[in-house]
Design a protein around this ligand. Structure first.
Ligand code: GRF
Length: 216
């Protein structure tokens, strides 16, 4: 059988093809990558793209021998031109799902329309609380007793899309913002891969604002 330009054995279950978009350190990317190497994983990372040439995550992707691209938003202007280049790379790699992992740009119409319902993000707070930048600092300063992280679909707002999964994290009396961030990050690393697996098990259905997770 000839599917997506490659010959596959009918017995072999094809894995979901994931793209990572990142701008920095890439610890979520690494966690996803390590999950993808497990036997039971139903997805693989086929390409990593960064808007920052020197992003640590991009270096790590190259060390893992993954396809890794820097796309310059400064050279490719306006934003539609930049995003068209990203779409071109995504299409060339037959990407099924785009995972934003510390990607410090607002996704524009071009990319959103091209991959509608197929772009997800991780955010270090329990949305809809504390969207935007420095979510952990915002939660810490607000004095919440519980915070956490959220994986959600992307829509036209900032951190407003339908929520897939969340994990809570306790805020302790003697926490610093740094310690809280670390505790949240540990949970981020677990839930992101879980959300990706659910996506490729075809268990996520978006109904209005809600994501219904079907039981196996
Ligand atoms: C994470 O806290 C993530 O929730 C947020 O940006 C940070 C990225 O960290 N969107 P890393 O680059 O994955 O280490």
């Amino acid at each position: 059988m000839f599917v997506r330009g490659k010959i596959i054995n009918r017995q072999m279950k094809e894995k979901g093809r994931v793209a990572i978009l990142l701008s920095g350190r890439g610890s979520n990317f690494e966690a996803i990558y390590h999950s993808s190497l497990k036997n039971e994983a139903n997805f693989e990372i086929v390409v990593v793209i960064s808007d920052k040439k020197k992003a640590r995550g991009l270096e790590r992707a190259r060390e893992f021998n993954l396809n890794a691209f820097f796309v310059s938003p400064k050279k490719l202007k306006p934003k539609e031109v930049y995003e068209r280049k990203i779409i071109e790379i995504l299409n060339e790699h037959y990407v099924d799902l785009v995972c934003l992992a510390g990607y410090m740009r607002i996704v524009g119409e071009e990319l959103l329309n091209a991959y509608n319902g197929r772009i997800i993000n991780i955010h270090p707070s329990l949305l809809p609380s504390f969207p935007g930048l420095h979510a952990q600092q915002q939660a810490f300063d607000h004095g919440v007793k519980v915070s956490g992280c959220t994986v959600h679909f992307i829509d036209f707002g900032v951190d407003t899309g339908p929520i897939i999964i969340q994990e809570t994290v306790e805020v302790k009396e003697d926490d610093t913002e740094e310690i809280l961030s670390q505790r949240i990050l540990k949970e981020e690393h677990k839930i992101y891969s879980r959300a990706i697996s659910l996506f490729f098990e075809n268990r996520l259905k978006i109904i209005g604002r809600k994501v219904i997770i079907s039981v196996l």
